[in-house]
Design a protein around this ligand. Structure first.
Ligand code: NAP
Length: 236
């Protein structure tokens, strides 16, 4: 049985946990405060789920998901994640996450930065353009489901949506592709991490997060993305 370590138990972490459990995985989930504060969530998630501190969840994981709005002062359990695939769900938003000058200046993407923070792990940007909460406004009952459930379809369905992945490691892309498929989605490989700006907040594909997009639409939207000019390049 494969165990996924999920760091972050908010909208993204708890939704990916629920989907992973439904697909037959075990999960170990952590938050910032303490495992004790997760008792309600664990009872709600049911068999196959347990709570732990972040480092313990990372150590128990076959692969991991970083599902918190990462701030410059945050540290990941790099030793425990060494050699493992780490899916990073972060949509970098400086108003919320604090700012990283090397990302703001266009020198690197936030996910290249995450790879540097976890040099012995295999970072993959994943699950960043799917809503982990209800659709708003709710027009039909299924809108109350997070997009990860509402938009999931069996393989081969004509209205199956696709999700993007970016990584510097082909085996990480393979793992995410398999995981997406198990959860009901096709994959578009937008590697390496230096290309992950194409799926950043505000890009054409990201604007389709609510209703999702087919593989073909996602590919087109990734190609249509225009990288904002790095700050300072055109000054003076
Ligand atoms: N929500 C979405 O629909 C969505 C969609 C795509 C991508 N994302 C991305 O997913 C990430 C999480 O967003 P969210 O909406 O799920 O946030 P959220 O609902 O605010 O939840 C954040 C969670 O992260 C935990 N946390 C914070 N710092 C931590 C640390 N150092 N170690 C372990 N856990 C920590 C928090 O724990 P405490 O409760 O103890 O503070 C909380 O459980 C963000 O990067 C966001 O950009 C979210």
């Amino acid at each position: 049985m494969t165990t996924i370590g999920i760091l972050g138990s908010g909208q993204a972490g708890s939704t990916v946990a629920r989907a992973a459990l439904a697909a037959g995985y075990n999960i170990v989930i952590a938050n910032r405060r303490s495992p004790k504060t997760l008792a309600g969530l664990i009872s709600d998630l049911g068999p196959g789920a347990r709570a732990a501190w972040a480092a313990e969840a990372a150590a128990a994981a076959d692969f991991a998901v970083v599902a918190f709005p990462y701030r410059p002062e945050d540290r990941l359990p790099a030793e425990e994640l060494a050699g493992k695939v780490v899916l990073d769900t972060n949509n970098y938003m400086p108003w919320r996450d604090g700012s990283y000058p090397e990302v703001d200046s266009g020198l690197k993407t936030v996910h290249e930065l995450r790879q540097e923070q976890l040099p012995a792990a295999k970072v993959a940007k994943a699950f960043t353009h799917i809503q982990h909460h209800a659709r708003s406004p709710i027009r039909v009952p299924s809108d109350a489901l997070p997009g990860l459930f509402r938009l999931a379809r069996p393989a081969g369905a004509s209205d199956r949506r696709a999700l993007a992945v970016s990584s510097d490691f082909p085996d990480a892309v393979e793992l995410v592709t398999r995981f997406y498929d198990e959860l009901g989605f096709d994959t578009v490989d937008n590697s390496p991490l230096s290309e992950s700006w194409r799926s950043a907040p505000g890009t054409p594909m990201w604007m389709q997060s609510v209703d999702g997009q087919s593989r073909r639409e996602l590919l087109r939207n990734l190609q249509r993305a225009v990288r904002p000019a790095p700050e300072g390049v055109f000054q003076g």
